[in-house]
Design a protein around this ligand. Structure first.
Ligand SMILES: *[C@@H]1O[C@H](CO)[C@@H](O)[C@H](O)[C@H]1NC(C)=O
Ligand SMILES: *[C@@H]1O[C@H](CO)[C@@H](O)[C@H](O)[C@H]1NC(C)=O
Ligand SMILES: *[C@@H]1O[C@H](CO)[C@@H](O)[C@H](O)[C@H]1NC(C)=O
Ligand SMILES: *[C@@H]1O[C@H](CO)[C@@H](O)[C@H](O)[C@H]1NC(C)=O
Ligand SMILES: *[C@@H]1O[C@H](CO)[C@@H](O)[C@H](O)[C@H]1NC(C)=O
Ligand SMILES: *[C@@H]1O[C@H](CO)[C@@H](O)[C@H](O)[C@H]1NC(C)=O
Ligand SMILES: *[C@@H]1O[C@H](CO)[C@@H](O)[C@H](O)[C@H]1NC(C)=O
Length: 487
């Protein structure tokens, strides 16, 4: 998908990290899971899967599927946020269309000749699938690629080749066999989950047997972007009014920036299994993490601005769609620094720090964004998701509008136990940690604003003085600035 630009978080990582180059790539991918390929994955977990095509989960940072293209097998990152297929290497038994294309992602782009070859994916065969063949390099070693599962209106290849011969994989599968139901499903495993050991699955046109209940879930309409912005059409839907329940059990106020949304309290969210860290408006992320002792939005050397919090802090957050609750596993609310190849840091209270997995946008969505949030892997591990293309597919006889169904697969009791096992060494100390006073009061009185403003001015002066007189490091300086910007 044409994610507009390359976020500061990733840029900062790439330019100032002292990690070996291989690790830097690994680090860059988890912020922008898609659009880059992890070649020296920390670990691959493939275990009991409940059917479908098994995915390789690389440390909760990316999920790969095996496809056969031409004469060989490729490992492709599954990506509901983009719409094209590319692989690195030389694909035998392929034909060259004579056309070239580039696929642009937030973090990078790839380009090469558009070829066609027989494709086998999740028990479906396409005789002449169009794809981009790119030259392998350090970043994209031979044998890897990305499989875009998003709507065809975002496809760079079909723009060059034409609708049918250049159509994305799912369009081809659904088009060529009208009796295959027009949906696919995604199940993402959790690397360190002590009770659910599957790595992930993807299915096309069928539902995993043990999650049939998804078919009874409400249909969440895929919201359509205006025609002139159809390039930016994603698998997106509306969250309920103020549909995030924060750690204090209260809803978090949301204001949509999407022009065509009627009820501004309903955020438009994109489901993107190619994005490791969900991207939310800054105010929502602050409301989630700011309440914990030791949590701060800070500049991490080599990373940039991000929320960090004690690894031992259990964070309970729930999303709401169509009146149903989708709790997030506390292990998905923060991530250990080692997972992303960085050294551990401590919070100001001296506790081991984890990085929040829900972060403010790290890239620019441009003017008039078409969505308010990108719910990536950390969200998607908590649901079994079904994406029905309805009449999205060219030539489809389906009359239904496209929709998404979500089945919650996180049991809060079990999730709490998992957190105690993994993060607290089995001893439940979660009850001893209170919440800080809310910083995001809705509508504080005018006087309070003045007091805050006065305090802020004094703080700036003090900070400037400290900076110039004592020459404290830049890190502290940015921390102070960040705290002020919360006001
Ligand atoms: C997972 O990775 C292993 C090791 O690289 C590989 O043998 C296997 O084919 C992969 N499976 C999938 C589904 O990608
Ligand atoms: C596939 O074909 C290409 C080009 O002919 C060749 O270089 C490659 O070795 C073949 N791969 C396999 C696995 O047969
Ligand atoms: C495609 O790219 C190749 C390599 O850069 C170039 O030689 C060729 O002329 C390009 N073809 C078209 C149609 O632009
Ligand atoms: C490649 O071209 C040949 C000759 O036109 C054709 O028979 C074959 O089906 C094509 N293969 C693919 C994968 O498009
Ligand atoms: C078409 O799809 C249906 C349902 O997935 C399947 O039973 C059938 O075998 C498929 N037909 C062909 C020709 O692939
Ligand atoms: C959640 O898990 C607990 C403990 O394993 C179990 O007793 C309970 O029935 C489960 N709740 C639901 C709704 O499945
Ligand atoms: C999180 O939710 C679980 C399950 O409802 C509960 O047992 C636990 O106390 C909660 N933790 C916090 C920090 O609120």
């Amino acid at each position: 998908m044409p994610w507009p630009s390359f976020g500061p978080l990733i840029c900062a990582l790439l330019v100032s990290c002292t990690l070996p180059i291989e690790n830097v790539r690994a680090v860059s991918i988890q912020f922008r899971g898609i659009k880059g390929v992890l070649s020296n994955s920390p670990r691959r977990l493939v275990s009991r899967a409940p059917g479908g095509l098994t995915l390789n989960n690389t440390a909760d940072l990316s999920y790969y599927a095996d496809i056969v293209l031409g004469n060989q097998t490729f490992q492709v990152l599954i990506d509901t946020g983009s719409s094209d297929l590319w692989v690195a290497g030389v694909v035998g038994q392929s034909n060259d269309t004579g056309l070239n294309a580039s696929i642009n992602y937030a973090a990078n782009s790839v380009s090469g000749p558009i070829k066609q070859a027989p494709l086998s994916f999740a028990d479906h065969l396409v005789p002449d699938q169009a794809f981009l063949e790119i030259s392998p390099d350090n970043k994209n070693p031979a044998g890897v690629g990305i499989l875009g599962l998003g709507p065809s209106s975002g496809s760079f290849i079909s723009k060059k080749v034409g609708t049918l011969p250049g159509a994305p994989v799912l369009d081809r599968i659904f088009y060529q066999n009208r009796t295959t139901p027009n949906f696919f499903t995604v199940l993402l495993g959790r690397d360190k989950d002590p009770t659910d050991a599957f790595s992930g699955s993807i299915t096309v046109g069928e539902v995993l047997p043990e999650y049939q209940a998804i078919l009874n879930e409400p249909h969440l309409a895929i919201t359509q972007v205006p025609d002139e912005k159809s390039d930016d059409q994603h698998l997106q839907m509306l969250l309920d009014q103020d549909g995030i329940i924060g750690p204090d059990g209260k809803t978090i106020s949301l204001v949509s920036v999407v022009e065509q949304t009627k009820d501004k309290r309903q955020a438009t969210v994109v489901l993107d299994c190619g994005f490791t860290l969900p991207q939310l408006p800054r105010s929502a992320v602050d409301a989630i993490y700011s309440r914990f002792h030791g949590a701060e939005y800070t500049q991490i050397a080599g990373v940039g601005g991000a929320w960090v919090l004690p690894c031992a802090q259990e964070v309970n957050v729930t999303f709401k769609f169509a009146g149903k609750r989708y709790p997030i596993h506390p292990l998905d609310m923060s991530m250990e620094f080692s997972t992303i190849g960085l050294q551990d840091i401590l919070t100001s209270d001296g506790e081991r720090a984890c990085i929040g997995t829900f972060q403010p946008f790290t890239y620019d969505r441009g003017l008039n964004p078409n969505y308010d949030m990108v719910l990536g892997m950390a969200f998607m591990r908590n649901v079994y998701s079904l994406f029905d293309y309805g009449d999205f597919i060219e030539g489809s006889t389906a009359l239904e509008d496209p929709y998404i169904q979500l089945l919650s697969i996180t049991n809060t009791t079990e999730a709490h136990q998992d957190f105690v096992t993994v993060r607290l060494g089995g001893i439940d100390t979660t009850g001893t940690r209170g919440l800080r006073d809310s910083t995001s009061k809705s509508g504080p009185g005018r006087t309070l604003y003045y007091i805050i403003a006065a305090v802020a001015v004094v703080a700036v002066l003090v900070a400037v003085a400290i900076f110039f007189i004592l020459r404290v490091d830049v890190l502290l300086w940015s921390r102070l600035l960040d705290q002020l910007s919360l006001v």
